[in-house]
Design a protein around this ligand. Structure first.
Ligand code: BG6
Length: 498
């Protein structure tokens, strides 16, 4: 009996900001990630403070902004899609760039060149029988909303965003069946700049300590601003998302719209009931992002959690009805790692959805310290089945690694094959457990700019792109060993994983 359903959507995933490049071409505007500058191959840079933003603007001509270059998909999409087709892709996850269609975010009408670009990409995908899976917003906010307002913490973004989202449905509904509204919607509370364009010290109401580290101890006021503004932004995104889900249901019945959240599987550090409860609490918190979008309401539990953590947000009249009318059709998720938590107050930390992660001694780390745990994926898929009873699309998973092109013009990435094999195996087991998994699109199927590091040197792809962190290189594409392996996996519908 085959382990994967007949029409299983094998493919790969990307985002506009990380692949397109052509940032200012054909009238395109700039989004908030275009202001994140490179600081080193292992230095995370997606926490933007006022001083960083001012520097990015003042030194725009000399700083290194890899997202502005991407991998030049804007010009090379035909070549790239041909490579994906060669692997036998059934599905390609990509995002549309808000600022390619509405350069400042404020225009009444979209830019026709931007509109045409995505028609061309969809046409090319369909030529090979590849189904596009489109994220409407994958970490992109037109920069004006950062400068003028407070990113997504401001409700003023909602109407502009909803106009953009409705336009996507109107324009592309005949070419795109599968949609996701916000990429990793829970990341706005973990990394408020990345998910919401929020500059935490924008209002200067607290001192940034010397040697500030985003995940270190924070001044109390800063933690409060983080929690409140990030959860407020989340509320606004829930509302915008539900509005477009309803719009799509009313006007484009052929389309299916999913949520997208970053799945954290959590283990208690010890069998003590206190650790067990803490793991349970954090799991509930992680699932709540799905609850709102799939069930259409804030669960009672999270409201008491907000009280417990002094999270104060402004609720708007009528929001309950909006959420209730905008329930998603399927669950989608990214999954990379699992986490261990403790109830010991001296060793625990939480702000927004960031949890201090403890090492799990039973599992191995990737080169970047991400703990590799396919079993946690199987467990979580089972939990999601029981909680939502909806189809599940795994739209991100993968292994980032430093790699160089060998003299034989390839990369022998057996570590990636082994990572993906173990996760595909876990998905097959979950399907056997009764979970309705409809597709799998590993992250960065073609090397792209890393999100947390804005570097090229952290690579995920089946295809190597000859570009370095500074933008040097030919940008030519080369097949890695995993390319041929994944091709076999797809051709055998997941039976041949050797
Ligand atoms: C996910 C994001 O969180 O993780 C992607 O949706 C991102 O945009 C991916 O690239 C991997 O993270 P990183 O930092 O290794 O690129």
């Amino acid at each position: 009996m085959p382990r994967f359903p007949k029409n299983f959507l094998w493919g790969g995933a990307t985002s506009a900001a990380q692949i397109e490049g052509g940032r200012c071409e054909d009238g395109k505007g700039l989004g908030h990630l275009d202001y994140v500058y490179y600081r080193g191959p292992k230095i995370p840079c997606n926490f933007m403070l006022k001083r960083d933003f001012e520097k990015a603007k003042a030194e725009e001509a000399t700083l290194n902004f890899p997202n502005r270059r991407g991998i030049d998909f804007y010009h090379r999409y035909k070549e790239d899609i041909a490579l994906l087709a060669e692997m036998g892709f059934k599905s390609f996850r990509m995002s549309i760039s808000w600022t390619r269609l509405f350069p400042t975010g404020l225009e009444d009408k979209p830019d026709p060149k931007g509109v045409e670009f995505y028609h061309n990409v969809f046409r090319e995908l369909h030529k090979y029988g590849i189904e596009p899976l489109v994220t409407m917003i994958h970490y992109e906010l037109p920069i004006i909303f950062v400068e003028k307002y407070d990113g997504w913490a401001s409700p003023k973004v909602i109407p502009y965003c909803v106009k953009y989202l409705k336009f996507l449905i109107d324009e592309y509904k005949d070419e795109v069946k599968y949609w996701l509204t916000f990429n990793e919607i829970n990341m706005v509370t973990a990394v408020p700049w990345l998910g919401g364009g929020i500059i935490l010290d924008r209002y200067d109401d607290f001192e940034i300590p010397k040697g500030f580290r985003p995940f270190g101890q924070l001044p109390k006021d800063m933690a409060k601003r983080w929690d409140n503004s990030a959860h407020q932004a989340l509320h606004h995104q829930f509302i915008a998302s539900a509005m477009v889900v309803k719009y799509a249901h009313d006007t484009a019945p052929n389309c299916l719209i999913g949520n997208m959240f970053n799945l954290h599987h959590l283990y208690p550090e010890t069998p003590s009931p206190a650790d067990g409860y803490r793991a349970h609490e954090e799991t509930e918190y992680n699932m709540f992002f799905c609850d709102v979008m799939a069930k259409g309401y804030y669960p009672k539990w999270i409201l008491s959690y907000y009280r417990k953590h002094n999270i104060e947000i402004k609720w708007y009249d009528g929001y309950e009805e909006i959420l209730a009318n905008g329930k998603v059709d399927f669950i989608s998720l990214s999954y990379y790692l699992s986490t261990v938590v403790t109830a010991d107050p001296t060793r625990q930390e939480r702000i927004g959805s960031f949890i201090r992660m403890l090492k799990n001694p039973y599992i191995a780390d990737s080169e970047f310290g991400w703990q590799i745990d396919p079993t946690a994926l199987r467990i979580s898929l089972n939990e999601l089945r029981d909680r939502f009873n909806l189809p599940i699309y795994i739209v991100e998973n993968g292994l980032g690694a430093f790699e160089t092109l060998g003299e034989d013009k390839t990369v022998h990435d057996d570590y990636r094959i082994s990572y993906l094999r173990s996760h595909i195996e876990a998905i097959a087991q979950a399907i056997e457990d009764g979970v309705d998994v409809i597709g799998y699109t590993p992250w960065g199927c073609i090397d792209l700019v890393s999100c947390s590091l804005v570097s090229m040197s952290k690579r995920y792809g089946f295809v190597y792109v000859d570009a370095d962190d500074e933008g040097n290189g030919t940008y030519d594409r080369y097949r890695k060993d995993s390319f041929y392996w994944y091709k076999k996996v797809i051709a055998s519908n997941g039976e041949d994983l050797d």
